[in-house]
Design a protein around this ligand. Structure first.
Ligand code: GTP
Ligand code: K
Ligand code: MG
Length: 443
């Protein structure tokens, strides 16, 4: 039998109320020992927690009888006064009764193992706990509600039907395959494959919401990149100096823009240099720009020589900075030389003008790129990998043809197992360890 585990389910540190959670066969015994009675399951009971005649705390106690609990096991919750002293006393009692402290994600893992959650739902709980933005919260909640099960479940059903048809052909090798049947099988595989392919296309959105939309600030040295980074963050994380080549490492920070989370990167100024450290910084800056979802170029519009605009592409944002020092003709000249379809802004980061318009535009941009009208088909790399695997299996099945239907059936079976892996039906211990260890303790 599993050992009974305990952990603080609320945040660490002093609190008005803290919640300790227990799961396992000794849950009832622990409540009985401390409260002197076992409350009706799922009803909150106020009482004194007493050891050897001494009151430890007054607490609200809940008992959940398995399988009607989060983990599926017997569970208990103690809502106590959140002081270190109370916690220490209770932890001591729990340990003396043979309980142990839970590992990260262990409650959710038990829920998964007892069939209370599938793996995508367990991931959703972790995402919900971590959610910072409104869109992250909504996406995690949809996933927890079984958002994936509906969509993937339909595809999985289609695969099972396909497999049945193909196996019928395998079982009757001497029969002529009616053309209508082979046409139908091929048609169904193609349709499914294209559904999966478009889901993979769309799933970038899911990851951008979950991990943050990546915005790279790029430009020449001293253009004001770090100044812009700080202005957007409303703090002074990055070092700003008049010396060209101040920023070397890529500096990364989260910000909330409207309903979304973005990851903003400040990068080294792009120029030719013999400095080894600076060249490495520039290499990283370029790489960051290549993988970003949006590039935000900063240009010093007061510079006398014509600015180099290479690297700026359609869709990029361009900030014409230092407008406080720029002659009007210079800014007009820059605008005229811009590639088509860039979004232009004028700022003076010295006098803090123009940044509001940029913020508003960024918010609208994210709203357009990420709005959650439909639930994306993947929110993590793990989901993408399994979907690509299923797509590849279907591709192979199509290439095989009806001469060797048993090979075709094998590919369909592999596509099926890719879907099973998504839900954790084929539990690869390593994958589970990885997923659950990223949870916080008490979940
Ligand atoms: N006049 C004026 N000066 C500015 C403005 N924005 C930034 N600066 C100044 O320009 C200098 C360079 O700014 P940074 O933000 O360090 O520029 P950077 O692009 O990050 O520079 P590197 O990291 O060296 O590539 C600093 O002295 C800033 O105070 C502006 O709008 N007007
Ligand atoms: K600088
Ligand atoms: Mg800088």
């Amino acid at each position: 039998m599993k050992q009974t585990i305990f952990a603080l389910a609320s945040a660490q540190g002093r609190a008005g109320v803290s919640v300790i959670r227990l799961s396992g066969p000794q849950s009832a015994e622990v409540i009985q020992a401390l409260l002197g009675r076992l409350p009706k399951p799922r009803f909150a009971t106020l009482g004194r927690l007493v050891q050897d005649g001494e009151t430890i705390d007054q607490a609200l106690v809940l008992y959940f009888k398995g399988p009607h609990s989060f983990t599926g096991e017997d569970c208990a919750e103690f809502h106590i006064h959140g002081s270190r002293a109370v916690l220490d006393r209770l932890y001591g009692i729990f340990r003396s009764m043979g309980l142990r402290h839970a590992e990260a994600g262990e409650f959710s893992r038990r829920a998964f193992e007892n069939g209370k959650l599938d793996l995508t739902q367990a991931e959703a709980i972790s995402d919900l706990v971590e959610a910072e933005s409104e869109a992250q919260r909504q996406q995690a909640l949809m996933q927890l509600d079984g958002g994936f099960r509906e969509r993937y479940g339909q595809w999985r059903d289609n695969l099972i039907k396909l497999l049945a048809h193909i196996e019928a052909i395998v079982d009757f090798p001497d029969e002529d395959i009616p053309e209508s049947l082979s046409d139908k099988i091929v048609g169904d595989i193609i349709a499914l494959k294209s559904d999966i392919a478009s889901a993979i296309d769309d799933s970038r959105r899911g990851r951008q919401i979950r991990e943050g939309y990546r915005i790279a600030i790029m430009g020449k040295p001293n253009a004001g990149k770090s100044s812009l980074f700080n202005a957007l963050l409303e703090n002074d994380t990055a070092i700003v100096t008049p010396i060209a080549g101040t920023t070397r490492d890529v500096i990364e920070s989260h910000i909330r823009i409207g309903n979304y989370t973005a990851l903003i990167y400040d990068t080294a100024g792009l120029r030719e240099t013999d400095d080894v450290v600076e060249s490495e910084g520039i290499r990283r800056a370029r790489a960051r720009g290549d993988t970003a979802d949006l590039r935000l170029w900063v240009i010093d519009s007061s510079e006398s020589q014509a600015s180099d605009l290479s690297g700026i592409r359609a869709g990029d944002y361009v900030v014409l900075n230092k407008s406080d020092r720029a002659e009007a003709g210079k800014i007009d000249d820059l605008k005229a030389r811009m590639p088509d379809d860039v979004h232009l802004f004028e700022t003076s980061l010295l006098t803090d003008t123009g940044t509001d318009a940029l913020r508003v535009a960024l918010e609208a941009h994210l709203e357009k790129a990420l709005s959650l009208s439909t639930f994306p088909a993947a929110t993590r790399e793990r989901h993408m990998e399994r979907l690509r695997e299923a797509e590849a299996c279907l591709d192979r099945a199509l290439g095989i043809g009806f001469g060797t239907p048993e090979l075709m059936a094998e590919d369909i079976r592999q596509a099926l197992s890719a879907f099973d892996a998504l839900f954790g039906r084929t539990d690869v211990e390593q994958v589970l360890d990885h997923i659950f260890s990223s949870f916080c303790i008490g979940k």
